[in-house]
Ligand binder design. Sequence first.
Ligand code: AHM
Ligand code: MG
Length: 337
Amino acid sequence: MSSSRVSLTQYLVEQQRLHGHIPSQLRLLIEVVARACKRIAISVNKGALGDVLGTAGSENVQGEVQKKLDIIANEVLIEANEWGGHLAAMASEEMEGIYVVPNRFPQGEYLLMFDPLDGSSNIDVNVSIGTIFSVLKKPEGSQGVSEDDFHQPGTAQVAAGYCVYGPQTTLVLTVGDGVAMFTLDREQGSWVLTADDVRVPEDTKEFAINMSNMRHWDEPVKRYIDECLAGEEGPRGKNFNMRWIASMVADVHRILTRGGIFMYPWDKREPNKAGKLRLMYEANPMAFLIEQAGGAATNGRERIMGLTPTKLHERVAVVLGSKNEVERVTRYHLEAK
Ligand code: AHM
Ligand code: MG
């Protein structure tokens, strides 16, 4: 598809009509999420002028202090999505349980999960942040809707994406047919296709990890990073660069744009081998995008999208990006078993 002024609506209609990838209800859902992201972008851009910075004086279910924008973004996504008739329920990083679409609205067959504002520590310092989302279908034959309906592996996702609020506002989407990027044209208020069939290079010389956690890392992670740091003289025979934005959306966006590897590994402070990031609304949608772009995503040992969640806010170790590097880190973990 030519990328000259193709709108999100046009792209989705073509996905529906020509490729048969998406039913009309799913198209509607994605358009509503994109519209909500536009509203969130307006609040993000206002910053101090809109009185949206700072903490809200509350904590979410994971015990993290909520920022005002975390709450605003969560509300915008719920209000935008609850009445359209395409959803059965939603789940969010900012809500303990699932949000069932109220009876006064028609019930649809999709389940929407989101991290409304990812990279919360960057909100007040004017660094890129984003919204991450993942769409599942309610299992056939299930009566009503319950949290169990959400416990599906990432391979069951029918769509996933994120919106990064940075120097540009960019929506990145997959419906299982590659990855497309849409840039928000603020004057027109529309999403314009600016990259299609995005590919992540298989090799890279750039890694992203929070180095301040080094002393807590497991051996395979230390081995990999030590080898990168050894540069040309080391076993890798090349010099590596490092980037860490502390907004997964921004780090993944860079990797989709020019390659790289992103890691938030399990470390020794966590007894139950989980990482920091959440499986269902952070790791899975990013893994789906990265795989659709030819990259790989594992928890160090297994494919992230193959894991079946047992709870909504389950955490997971994340290694994703350029295929050959992710495979190397995974091999180091398996060799250390
Ligand atoms: P959040 O959803 O509370 O914002 O946390 C997730 C974020 C990721 O975007 C980012 O990769 C990571 O946390 C940064 O963690 P750290 O501050 O430990 O470097
Ligand atoms: Mg997050």
